[in-house]
Design a protein around this ligand. Structure first.
Ligand SMILES: O=C[C@H](O)COP(=O)(O)O
Length: 250
């Protein structure tokens, strides 16, 4: 079932006091029902305190990454079981910063995605083209390849637990947003791709979020596009008021 979602990716920004104070501000600001699911993704050490602080609220705490392996000699990694043991049910996989800075390949992201889905997690699978790829007119094929490779061997049934986040890399943290038309065009292409890879139900029922400089001032126009089901928000999610205003854009 296609859901409206606004997810805040806090990236590597808040320490424990800042995490707690941002959650307190969010809880104070959540005075009414929202027409969308709300998620926040703090850093690993703060997932458990965040999970505890958001019990009985509409906020879901999600992870920014996970390891594809079960357990063992993987220094610095965090397993899916570990995430689940602190209440996490959703994980972001394939963010462009993981792809670019940490060199995570389509194959690795596919392993992470399948491992997370096999363990019953929900996955927010990120895709998006670089500026040069858009300028060269290769943005649609780039994103199609990322989806095809990243979701290889994922079943149509498992796709019920997959959310796609389209984030053009040139719009992340730059203040430059894709136009609502650019977002809509790519989201429609992604749905076409999901239909080819899976079926019509998967294409229609998968939530596709837009990410890249979403702010209170542009959220409504972007979210009003027929194939945009919400946002993966970076910078603006670090301010409770902005995040709530974005969530109110539905
Ligand atoms: O995960 C979120 C995206 O990278 C967007 O970040 P941004 O809203 O700061 O551009």
């Amino acid at each position: 079932m296609r859901k409206k979602i606004v997810a805040g990716n806090w990236k590597m920004n808040c320490d424990l006091p800042q995490t707690q104070s941002l959650i307190t501000d969010l809880k104070t600001g959540l005075v009414k029902e929202f027409n969308c699911e709300l998620m926040i993704a703090p850093s690993f050490p703060f997932l458990y305190p965040a999970f505890n602080s958001t019990l009985e609220t509409p906020i879901e705490v999600v992870a920014q990454n996970c390891c594809e392996a079960d357990k063992g000699a993987f220094t610095g990694e965090v397993s899916i079981d570990m995430l689940q043991s602190v209440g996490v049910k959703t994980v972001i996989i394939g963010h462009s910063e993981r792809r670019e800075i940490y060199g995570e390949s389509d194959e690795l992201l596919n392993s992470k995605t399948r491992a997370a889905l096999d363990k019953g997690m929900r996955v927010i699978f990120c895709c998006g083209e670089m500026l040069e790829e858009r300028k060269a007119g290769k943005h649609v094929t780039t994103v199609a390849d990322q989806i095809k490779n990243g979701l290889n061997d994922v079943s149509a049934e498992q796709m019920e637990h997959v959310v796609i986040a389209y984030e053009p890399v040139w719009a992340i943290g730059t203040g430059e947003t894709a136009t609502p038309e650019q977002a809509q065009d790519m989201h429609a292409e992604i749905r076409k791709q999901l239909e080819e890879l899976f079926n019509n139900d998967v294409a229609n029922n998968t939530s596709i979020l837009y990410g890249g400089s979403v702010k209170p001032g542009n959220a409504q126009e972007i979210f009003s596009q027929p194939d945009v089901d919400g946002g993966l928000v970076g910078g603006a999610s670090l301010d409770a008021q902005s995040f709530i205003e974005i969530a109110n854009a539905f």
